[in-house]
Design a protein around this ligand. Structure first.
Ligand SMILES: Nc1nc2c(c(=O)[nH]1)N=C([C@H](O)[C@@H](O)CO)CN2
Length: 123
């Protein structure tokens, strides 16, 4: 299956279970792989036939800031559902990290896979 990637998308958002976390913004980092048939875009050299990683990166940051939640699990699920619906993405793997949450860990996070990978016939 072909994929379009965004790795290390780093941004600030309000996220966290504790009251003090609702008053600040914290760093989040996303790695995202999206199943997509890239041949039509390549054949026509046409951005409109693929997933625009620049547009999607902006959409993720806007969505995260418009939808503050407690848990990174909740944000990961909501971003996945939002992207799949808006961009008709059949399958994605999303890793959401909160690097400064645990002082003696380099990062913490969740990783989810949603949807169905494209089969050979759909490629
Ligand atoms: N599995 C999770 N564990 C924790 C989360 C979370 O979102 N998922 N969040 C917190 C706090 O918000 C933490 O980041 C503050 O130190 C704790 N554990």
């Amino acid at each position: 299956m072909d994929k379009v990637y965004i790795e290390g998308l780093t941004f600030q958002a309000t996220i966290g279970f504790y009251a003090w976390e609702k008053e600040i913004k914290q760093t989040l980092v996303i790695d995202l792989a999206m199943g997509w048939q890239i041949a039509p875009a390549a054949e026509n050299d046409d951005l409109s036939k693929t997933l625009d990683y620049a547009e999607i990166s902006e959409a993720i940051v806007e969505f995260a800031n418009a939808n503050p939640v407690d848990l990174i699990e909740t944000l990961a699920e909501r971003i996945a559902a939002f992207l799949m619906a808006k961009y008709h993405i059949p399958w994605l793997r999303l890793k959401l990290m909160k690097p400064h949450a645990v002082h003696n860990a380099s990062t913490v996070g969740v990783e989810i896979e949603r949807g169905q990978p494209l089969t050979g016939q759909q490629r």
